[in-house]
Design a protein around this ligand. Structure first.
Ligand SMILES: *Cc1c(COP(=O)(O)O)cnc(C)c1O
Length: 405
């Protein structure tokens, strides 16, 4: 492993992270994506853009999010010290607002009127609708009708925020069809709209852009941890769906090879096809949604059905930089099951008074196992990507009896 290969300087100008990433898109989108890339590179050189984004991070989102030492849980486990980066305390309750604000500002600076996206559970939709209002953009969110029925509180939030929630009635009426519908809408008018991708996935420049906007998480954490404890954390742990919260935390530490990086994927109900979404653990290299990466796919290259108790982790692909970090061994990818994640959700709630999102509880589940195996002088920093308010009805209904509810 060399320093330059795991560097934040990646990707190259065509969007390649080693052999991963790139841009596999219809010809009519090539110029549009190249314009987005150009505009993005321009604004990142503009101090006024950073000033505006940093002001919003501070005064609107509530950044910097604190680092919190889990004294009770650490003492109970009796191994390495566990610390949280509290992205759950952000306005709207998760890390997604970090890149949604960046994408909305970019959209506005490019003179586009409308920002669009698909959403599954509604988390990306709510964060984007929030950013759109603030920046002054129209917002269309495409959502399968089954998800609309299932995730009603988030649908209402988006509507209160003034977004158009567009029901998608075709196919399975869930996330995959919502992606197709949003993509078609984007192709119909790519000049006046910007498609805001919800993670470090998609064609170049999205994996780079979303990572850069999320890098605030790791940049803050590095300074905060050093100021408080006079050293770097020994281990970083984050859950991996598309991989944005993990890339956000990891990016500041890529060249600090003494810091171990751990991504945690959902093993769901088990590792048979259709029961999990552990893309880096079980996937093979392929192309999905315009980029090359590890993919859970069948022999024909069609994406396999995926499953996780955490809808935010339920994706058959993964950001291209994670695929590179896996291959060169800079990051390690482990799994946590539904049962382990729900257990970790209750453990964190009942030892520390913090109810995590089920997604983030996957990272907690692995961190707790890792802590047990490590000495007391070791440290583990977990990215707590979101809070669990959105999940409590589901948890009561499906797991309540087990936990005395
Ligand atoms: C969406 C979501 C995730 C998964 O997305 P990544 O791009 O992998 O970070 C994780 N945690 C929470 C709370 C989410 O809402």
């Amino acid at each position: 492993m060399t320093k330059d290969i795991a560097s934040i300087e990646m990707p190259d100008e065509k969007g390649w992270f080693g052999e991963y990433g790139g841009s596999f898109i219809p010809p009519q989108l090539e110029e549009i994506l190249s314009d987005i890339n150009k505009a993005y590179l321009e604004i990142t050189k503009d101090p006024a853009f950073h000033e505006e984004l940093n002001m919003l991070y501070r005064d609107f989102v509530g950044r910097p999010s604190p680092i919190f030492y889990l004294k009770n849980l650490t003492e109970k486990i009796g191994g390495a010290g566990i610390y949280l980066k509290r992205e759950d305390l952000n306005h709207t309750g998760a890390h997604k607002i970090n890149h949604c604000l960046g994408e909305a500002l970019l959209c506005k600076k490019m003179g586009k009127k409308k920002i669009i996206a698909e959403t599954g559970a509604g988390q990306h939709g709510v964060a984007l609708a929030t950013a759109a209002v603030l920046v002054g953009l129209e917002c269309d969110i495409y959502m399968g009708v089954i998800d609309i029925a299932k995730e009603y509180p988030n649908v209402i939030r988006m509507k209160i925020l003034g977004a158009n929630v567009i029901p998608v009635e075709r196919g399975t009426q869930t996330l995959k069809d919502a992606v197709d519908a949003a993509f078609e809408a984007y192709l119909a008018d790519p000049v006046n709209q910007l498609y805001a991708i919800g993670s470090v996935v998609g064609p170049h420049p999205f994996p780079m852009m979303v990572r850069d906007f999320q890098a605030v998480v790791g940049n803050e954490a590095k300074v905060q941890f050093q100021e408080k404890y006079n050293k770097l954390p020994d281990n970083l742990v984050a859950c991996v769906g598309g991989g944005s919260n993990a890339m956000g935390l990891f990016s500041a530490f890529l060249e600090d090879e003494q810091v171990a990086l751990w991504g945690v994927e959902p093993s769901g109900r088990g590792m048979d096809d259709g029961d999990h979404a552990a893309t880096l653990t079980k996937g093979t290299v392929g192309v999905l949604h315009g980029f090359k990466s590890y993919v859970l796919q069948d022999a024909e290259g069609e994406p396999l059905p995926v499953y996780s108790v955490a809808s935010g982790l339920d994706y058959p692909g993964v950001g291209p930089q994670h695929s590179l970090l896996k291959d060169i061994g800079r990051a390690k990818y482990e799994t946590a099951s539904d049962v382990e994640a729900i257990d970790a959700l209750f453990e964190l709630s009942r030892t520390e008074g913090i109810i995590p999102a089920i997604e983030s509880a996957h990272a907690m589940a692995f961190a707790m196992k890792l802590a047990k195996d490590l000495d007391k002088d070791q440290t583990i920093l977990v990215n707590l990507s979101g809070r669990g308010d959105k999940d409590i009805d589901f948890v009561v209904e499906n797991y309540g009896a087990k936990y005395g509810l």
